[in-house]
Design a binder for this molecule. Structure first.
Ligand SMILES: [Zn+2]
Ligand SMILES: [Zn+2]
Length: 168
């Protein structure tokens, strides 16, 4: 999604609204960074660019749905997230390497890059199927959400464990 910034730059408009959805590129930065997350539902983005006294900024609202594996039990789990952000925009003529700004290229603004950068910052690195997921037994690999396994669990007070070891 490329937004033509000319109406804003020449003062014809002081706000341009946009709305789009897209499926992240499998080879793009987002999918590469979160290789264990499946972004097959389109990411929905809406927002606007606004110009105020020669200063421009981007506002975006993002809605993302994804599927991944639970970080504890590896069962499939769906996640979703809503997030909003604002970022200053600078014309390429004043460009320097600066993370605080999004730079225009040929008076155009690429909206995918800032969207994916924000998602990379905000998406959780781990998703659980539920808050208290019991995970898998470290010995037999059974999903403990489905019931206990027959392995002896070495839970409890670690100090008692040391005592048990000493008594052997
Ligand atoms: Zn789980
Ligand atoms: Zn077990």
């Amino acid at each position: 999604m490329i937004l033509d910034m000319m109406p804003l730059l020449c003062g014809e408009k002081n706000k341009i609204e946009f709305e789009f959805s897209y499926v992240p590129d499998k080879n793009g930065a987002l999918c590469q960074t979160f290789s264990d997350i499946d972004f097959s539902s389109p990411v929905k983005v809406s927002g606007y660019v606004k110009s105020m006294a020669g200063y421009m900024f981007l506002h975006e609202d993002i809605h993302v749905e994804y599927s991944t594996a639970c970080a504890r039990c590896a069962e499939p789990v769906d996640g979703k997230m809503e997030l909003s952000f604002e970022k200053d925009i600078a014309d390429e003529s004043v460009s320097e390497d600066n993370d605080d700004y999004i730079f225009l290229e040929d008076k155009k603004l690429d909206l995918i890059d800032p969207t994916e950068e924000e998602l990379m910052l905000e998406l959780p690195s781990k998703t659980l199927c539920r808050e208290d997921c019991a995970g898998l037994c470290v010995k037999c690999g059974k999903n403990l959400n489905l019931g206990k396994c027959s392995c002896k669990q070495s839970e409890g007070d670690p100090r008692l464990q040391i005592l048990k070891t000493l008594l052997k």
